[in-house]
Ligand binder design. Structure first.
Ligand code: CP
Length: 322
């Protein structure tokens, strides 16, 4: 029996096999494409004056953020509200975690309130998956340590597809602190699943162990790595995940790995520039590039709301009433 939501999103029921979204590795290629197609519909809805589609009416969404966030938390909140859910925001500062409550006790407490979905960000890799095993509702990973940030990879793919008209056959160069980046990891998995050629560009000290086992090309020279790239994705240095000093000097890092006009000239003339944020201008990216017409950074933010609406809609389909 096909499921048709009020907005006319059609598909086989259930439209999405997953109960949680923890890792891109859990998604089949057709599920990734389905989420991107649903997101297109959500862009249309978000650009209308009314901006609402009540498919989550009666559902409860709790955003539980143990790490700071501007984009992810606010876009999940807007996404849930646009879909008609009751949305509750919790952070480590406002919860009893600050009084010593464990992650598992926090999960059990929230679970007793019968939410339909928990959106969780945590500094420890694997914490969101652990929490998902302890609750009776859907769980979405909003970033766990250096492990994964699946909705970021989905919104990045949507942004690329919208600007380039396709994904397959493109070359995406991801540059910066690959070792500590959950964004890089999720993007490598997702772009690989969609037959996009990827390159990582970083000093050897900022490459994760085992990078040679991933299906990506590795460069230490930024100009070499950018040659012929369709997309340049810049990453910040994630000092919060590093023990001690990450780089000898910011000035030197910027000289070799900061994206400026001269380095960008090695990519294709129509290459787009991306950054998941937060951005450190003058460290990994020159302000003139961040603010240029080639930058699609604010488009990524808009796509973030659409993707999160699509993920919530797919995870929590309206129940078939008898
Ligand atoms: N891209 C991203 O995760 O940004 P926030 O940390 O602001 O959510």
């Amino acid at each position: 029996m096909p499921h048709v939501s009020p907005a006319g999103l059609a598909g086989d029921f259930p439209p999405f096999a997953q109960r949680h979204l923890i890792s891109i590795a859990d998604l089949k290629q057709h599920e990734i494409l389905d989420l991107l197609d649903r997101s297109e519909r959500m862009i249309e809805i978000s650009r209308q004056e009314r901006k609402s589609l009540p498919t989550l009416s009666g559902k409860t969404q709790i955003n539980l953020f143990f790490e700071p966030s501007t984009r992810t938390q606010s876009s999940f909140e807007i996404a849930g509200k646009r879909l008609g859910a009751l949305v509750v925001n919790m952070s480590v500062k406002t919860s009893s975690v600050s009084k010593g409550e464990t992650l598992i006790d926090t999960a059990a407490t929230l679970n007793a309130m019968r939410p339909d979905v928990l959106i969780v960000r945590h500094s420890a890799a694997g914490a969101v998956e652990l929490l998902a095993q302890k609750v009776g509702c859907s769980v979405v990973n909003a970033g766990d340590g250096a492990h994964e940030h699946p909705t970021q990879a989905l919104l990045d793919a949507l942004t690329i597809r919208n600007h380039k008209g396709r994904l397959a056959g493109l070359t995406v160069a991801i540059c910066g602190d690959i070792a500590n980046s959950r964004v890089a990891r999720s993007n490598l998995l997702l772009l690989g699943a969609l037959n996009v050629r990827t390159r990582v560009i970083a000093p050897k000290t900022l490459l994760p162990p085992g990078i040679e086992n991933l299906a990506t090309e590795v460069f230490s020279d930024m100009e070499e790595g950018l040659k012929g790239a369709d997309v340049v994705m810049m990453l910040r240095l994630q000092h919060e995940r590093a023990n001690g000093k990450m780089i000898p000097s910011v000035r030197e890092y910027y000289r070799f790995y900061g994206l400026d006009e001269q380095k960008l000239a090695h990519a294709k003339p129509d290459a787009i520039v991306m950054h998941p944020g937060p951005m450190n201008r003058g460290v990994e990216i020159d302000p003139s590039i961040a603010d240029s017409e080639r930058s699609v950074i604010t488009d990524q933010v808009e796509m973030g709301v659409a993707v999160r609406m699509a993920v919530l809609d797919a995870l929590l389909p309206p129940r078939n009433e008898p």
